[in-house]
Write a protein that binds this ligand. Structure first.
Ligand code: PPS
Length: 288
């Protein structure tokens, strides 16, 4: 596996404090270009906390705008939808990839918290699609991702990861706040809620009206089992992940947190959650 080469000595996956946010060099070393990134008015920013359903929504949007074309069959999702702040030298940075995208609109992914999103996205009044997932499953998915991805800090065992996460010693660490989510150029999508309804709401936000046949194609193309088998959507072409430890398309379920959280951890989490999340309008499902 080719690990990213940075010029200074800091390990690419050690956590650093970056403007009050825990990040690794993989996401901060191209910062000048990220900050100065020139968004275009028709760009669509897919903003998520990592492991909230970014790839699922990226595939939905790519199919909505570009259909089942050659691009879907030959380009991996991480090339169709560049990850803005990522930089894994010697590979092209996310900003370079986005600058080189030939599509209109450009679909661009970010995990940056609201306050660090390049200001041109707001100046250009770009539409933002934010994906939210129940935090417990999100955390579990992140734990497994940290185990298998070389760009992430090593998580240790589940209990260690849980404690570090609760203490804010985890990547990105902060979700977008309620105030950030109230912008009218922003649409919030819920992971694994009623997909058909979520797609309908997304289409009305974007001003799109796909035919019944197109909708069927999108629903089929974004089903977990289909995406898991799709080499252009399942990240199997991405160099820094070890699927033998845990696949990128792991379970794709609501409720896996129950296989990880102890009763005490669940109580601690609920207590902390109550103090931080007060928005009654987002109704997450933590069980089915
Ligand atoms: S990343 O690295 O932040 O871009 O990861 P992200 O895509 O946000 O999240 C990965 C989790 O989403 C699941 N996934 C899906 N679930 C349902 N349907 C589809 N089509 C789908 N595609 C990806 C993936 O399995 C990860 O969740 P877990 O719980 O780990 O399985």
């Amino acid at each position: 596996i080719l690990l990213p080469q940075f010029s200074t000595g800091i390990s690419p996956h050690s956590l650093v404090d970056f403007n009050g946010i825990s990040m690794t060099r993989v996401f901060t070393s191209n910062w000048e270009n990220v900050q100065n990134f020139q968004a275009r008015p028709d760009d669509i920013l897919i903003a998520t906390y990592a492991k909230a359903g970014t790839t699922w929504v990226s595939q939905i949007l790519d199919l909505l705008y570009f259909g089942q074309t050659e691009r879907q069959k030959t380009l991996p999702i991480h090339e169709r939808v560049p990850f803005l702040e990522v930089y894994l030298p010697p590979n092209m940075s996310g900003t370079e990839q986005a600058d080189n995208l030939p599509t209109s609109p450009r679909l661009i992914k970010t995990h940056l918290p609201y306050q660090l999103v390049p200001k041109s996205f707001w100046e250009q009044n770009c539409r933002v699609v934010y994906v939210a997932r129940n935090a417990k499953d999100n955390m579990v998915s992140y734990y497994h991702f940290n185990r298998m991805s070389y760009g992430q800090p090593a998580p240790g065992d589940w209990n260690t990861f849980f404690q570090n996460f609760m203490e804010g010693k985890s990547m990105y660490e902060i979700l977008w706040q309620e105030a950030d989510l109230s912008k009218n150029s922003l649409h919030v999508l819920l992971y694994l809620a009623d997909t058909e309804r979520e797609i309908d709401k997304l289409c009305s936000f974007l001003g799109l009206s796909p035919s019944a046949e197109e909708k069927k194609m999108i629903l089929g193309g974004t089903q977990f089992d289909n995406m898991r088998k799709n080499y252009m959507a399942n990240y199997s072409t991405f160099p820094l992940m070890d699927f033998k430890i845990s696949p990128f398309m792991r379970k794709g379920k609501v409720g896996d947190w129950k296989n990880h959280f102890t009763v005490a951890q669940n109580e601690e989490f609920d207590e902390d959650y109550k103090t931080k999340m007060t928005d009654p309008t987002l109704e997450f499902r933590t069980t089915i």
